[in-house]
Design a protein around this ligand. Structure first.
Ligand code: AMP
Ligand code: GLY
Length: 432
């Protein structure tokens, strides 16, 4: 932009594939002079200094940011936002990218999000909120299955049950409300209408007022091939999603993102950060399944490699409320991310398993983002359910797809699992 470069020290909070993509992108900025990540992981450690602080250790993170004179903190996951990290940092005059606790309720409380959507006329599944089993059962009796039962609070992807029968719906309700299987998150449940269609993610940068959308992406949430089996944190993604025509993106901006941002401002809780709309496109109309108050994972792993603008310029414009001055430049390419997971995921999975066949970190057209890894005596080992996000890009979705699976091929760890059909539907539709 011609003005003098302002150099900055950055702290990224989190330690998954999303944070690796953020750190990888920020490391490309000529303005970043120091890059830290708390807690980070083995892959992140190649671009940033990992700090052994948990993402929810708010006082520890605040002290670290003050001691290191961090110029900007970027929050990856939802948990610290829901705990109020942005409020704490702002009170201490520390710049932070992420919404306040009140604005983050759009993700942390499904009933809050539903009320906001109804008030703002945002299309979403019809729903009711319950804190007692009796009224919830009566409601289920009067609905035709399938119905969707959702825990009100944050449940790491385990809070949503698509119930094919009334019995399944009642079981989900009693697990959450009576047996407190999800703890505090399941003290209230939202029961909603089942929507059939195609899922789409549209994330946008928001500075309280201006909304700047990213490329639309599609995430594969189910564990099994052909989008079957249990929900996970996400088994792969691709961008841009061909489903998102310019007209559909405009409609999502106009009918979903902008009214949500206006609604939060009206409540006195303006939103700063990334607003994520998880949508179901039914007969061409986008309905909101959920909002998230942060970058999506794995969507971020396919969206950021396609961003040509310096990410730091964008994050800073959000924090300084001058997003209206930013124009995002996107590559014309497509990207595909294949998540490699540990056996047993999304249930209990093993950790500490050695990973072999990792490519050199300096790949052309690809990056292996680490989601759950650690270093054990200089060897990279697994550390969690989702282990790696093998991401590649190219001039077509097909090239990106083929490259991602090629990079994944030599990577081995005992019990590894990945889906072989990421972006499959979009590729088939293109050909057919
Ligand atoms: P959520 O965390 O609310 O996005 O829900 C997780 C997943 O459950 C979504 O990605 C959908 O696949 C599915 N889902 C949620 N709500 C609905 C709905 N109303 N109709 C159909 N599927 C849904
Ligand atoms: N990909 C879904 C999420 O980030 O919540």
């Amino acid at each position: 932009m011609g003005h003098e470069l302002k150099f900055m020290k950055i702290l990224v909070i989190g330690g998954g594939g999303r944070e690796h993509a953020l750190v990888w992108k920020l490391a490309q900025s000529p303005r970043v002079t120091g890059l830290y990540c708390a807690p980070g992981n083995a892959g992140i450690g190649r671009h940033a200094t990992c700090v052994p602080l948990s993402a929810t250790d708010l006082p520890g993170l605040q002290t670290f940011a003050q001691e290191k004179a961090i110029d900007l903190t970027v929050v990856g996951p939802e948990a610290p936002l829901a705990l109020g990290i942005a409020d704490l940092f702002r009170r201490s005059k520390l710049k932070i990218f992420g919404p306040t606790r009140n604005a983050a309720k759009i993700e942390a409380s499904k009933s809050f999000a539903k009320n906001l959507m109804v008030r703002q006329g945002i299309p979403t599944a019809e729903s009711r909120t319950f804190d007692g089993v009796g009224p919830a059962f009566t409601y289920i009796e009067n609905r035709t299955p399938p119905v969707v039962v959702k825990a009100d609070g944050l449940a790491q992807g385990k809070g949503v049950v698509v119930a094919g029968t009334r019995q399944e719906a009642r079981d989900a309700v009693s697990r959450m409300l009576e047996h407190q299987a999800l703890g505090e998150a399941g003290r209230q449940v939202v029961i909603e209408e089942y929507l059939q269609g195609e899922e789409l993610t549209l994330m946008a940068f928001v500075d309280g007022k201006t909304v700047v959308p990213m490329l639309a992406a599609q995430d594969h949430k189910r564990i099994g091939e052909g989008d079957t089996g249990s929900n996970t944190g996400g088994m792969g993604a691709y961008a841009p999603a061909p489903l998102a025509t310019p007209a559909l993106r405009d409609e999502i901006m106009r009918n979903v993102l902008q009214p949500a941002v206006e609604g939060l401002s009206r409540l006195g809780s303006p939103f700063y950060g990334v607003l994520y709309a998880g949508l179901m496109v039914k007969d061409g109309t986008p309905y909101v399944l959920e909002f998230n108050a942060r970058f999506g994972d794995p969507e971020t792993q396919v969206v950021l490699p396609l961003l040509n603008t310096d990410l730091l310029d964008v994050l800073e414009a959000v924090v300084d409320h001058r997003l209206d001055q930013i124009h995002l430049e996107w590559s014309e390419q497509s990207a595909v991310c294949v998540v490699m997971a540990s056996g047993g995921y999304p249930g209990r999975s093993t950790s500490g398993v050695p990973i072999t066949g990792l490519p050199s970190p300096r790949l052309d057209h690809a990056a292996v983002f680490h989601a759950g890894t650690a270093l054990k005596c200089h060897d990279v080992v697994t550390a969690g359910g989702r282990v790696l996000g093998v991401t590649a890009w190219g001039p077509s979705l097909k090239t990106a797809h083929d490259r991602a699976y090629e990079v994944a091929k030599p990577i081995k760890f005992a019990g590894q699992y990945f889906r072989t059909d990421i972006a499959g539907r979009a590729l088939a539709e293109r050909n057919g």
